[in-house]
Design a protein around this ligand. Structure first.
Ligand SMILES: NC(=O)c1ccc[n+]([C@@H]2O[C@H](COP(=O)([O-])OP(=O)(O)OC[C@H]3O[C@@H](n4cnc5c(N)ncnc54)[C@H](O)[C@@H]3O)[C@@H](O)[C@H]2O)c1
Length: 285
């Protein structure tokens, strides 16, 4: 455990991420405080044997304040938490969108970081049932984390890494990038592209069953096996796609993908998608 960072508060401790990270932090040596303001979510916290704390009392004691609240309220919540924080403390958010959009309340002497779980890799060698069942990570399957701490020195990052490794554990590696790079990872790479393609494949599966009358079990078996082999060939070059397959892939690209799709990597497009996600008119510069 870090010598520098000993006390941590989770704001939004009864939400989806709050519950996940609290379950791991509770087992650690860190001195923990849990804050939650919705009645139902408060029950989630206490049902796990965690005591609720009052943010006004515990935030001033904390070396790290984790805001596990929805992105669309991060600006407002940070405005009430940042003035309570002690000088030198770290405000840690779990998604880059609000930081990228400059919505987080700023104060001299407060340090800002973001840490997002990568989730366990599709190529992870899993041995136990617990590892197989842990699709999200944070329980049994090892994952990496992408994080940003732009004002942090190497020593600061090392200390924060220890917190990140506990909250998202088991963690193999924490990758340090800038907030903008983190925003290109999520949403652009993993939500705009990967999650969209995942949902798209589900739609194609449903259409195969509906349109061609293929039994659902047969379509699922064929698709799930081919998702595995397509990823292995594309990312690991286990063996090449067959010549006929490459012709079908080229046809699919022509029919489905717009030739200028790479514009999603233009920064003005990143601004547009993040503004949409945060339900704001435009990104603040
Ligand atoms: N859900 C995911 O899969 C996931 C994955 C990675 C990162 N994240 C990030 O984690 C963060 C939290 O997302 P979530 O999905 O856990 O949200 P959520 O809606 O499940 O939970 C948020 C919790 O915060 C509480 N809350 C709101 N304002 C509060 C305040 N002022 N004080 C105390 N509690 C307050 C709410 O009552 C709720 O229980 C977001 O930044 C999100 O982008 C989420």
């Amino acid at each position: 455990m870090s010598h520098q960072l000993t006390t941590i508060t989770v704001i939004g401790a009864g939400g989806k991420m709050g519950m996940r990270i609290s379950a791991n932090l509770q087992k650690s040596q860190y001195r923990m405080f849990y804050c939650e303001n919705a009645a139902q979510a408060q029950q989630n916290v206490t049902a796990q044997g965690r005591e609720l704390a009052d943010a006004a009392s515990v935030v001033p004691l904390s070396d790290v304040v984790i805001l596990a609240v929805p992105d669309i309220v991060l600006g407002k919540v940070s405005q009430s938490m940042v003035p309570l924080m002690k000088a030198g403390a770290i405000l840690l958010t779990l998604d880059p969108a609000a930081a990228y959009a400059n919505l987080i309340a700023q104060r001299e002497g407060i340090r800002y970081a973001v840490a997002h779980p990568c989730h366990p890799s599709v190529f992870l060698q899993r041995y136990t049932k617990e590892e197989h069942d842990d699709a999200f990570g944070g329980i049994a399957a090892i994952q990496h984390v992408a994080a940003s701490f732009e004002a942090g020195s190497d020593a600061d990052k090392a200390a924060l890494s220890e917190v990140i490794r506990v909250m998202y554990g088991p963690v193999e590696e924490v990758h340090w990038v800038t907030v903008t790079q983190l925003a290109y990872l999520e949403p652009t790479l993993v939500e705009t592209v990967a999650c969209m393609v995942g949902a798209f494949m589900k739609e194609a599966l449903d259409e195969t069953v509906r349109h061609a009358g293929v039994p659902e079990a047969a379509a699922k078996a064929m698709l799930f096996g081919h998702i595995q082999i397509a990823l292995a060939v594309a990312f690991r070059a286990t063996n090449p796609f067959s010549d006929a397959c490459m012709i079908a892939m080229e046809y699919g690209r022509e029919k489905i993908i717009k030739p200028d799709w790479k514009q999603i990597f233009h920064q003005q497009e990143l601004d547009i998608v993040i503004a949409r996600m945060l339900k704001i008119d435009a990104i603040r510069r």
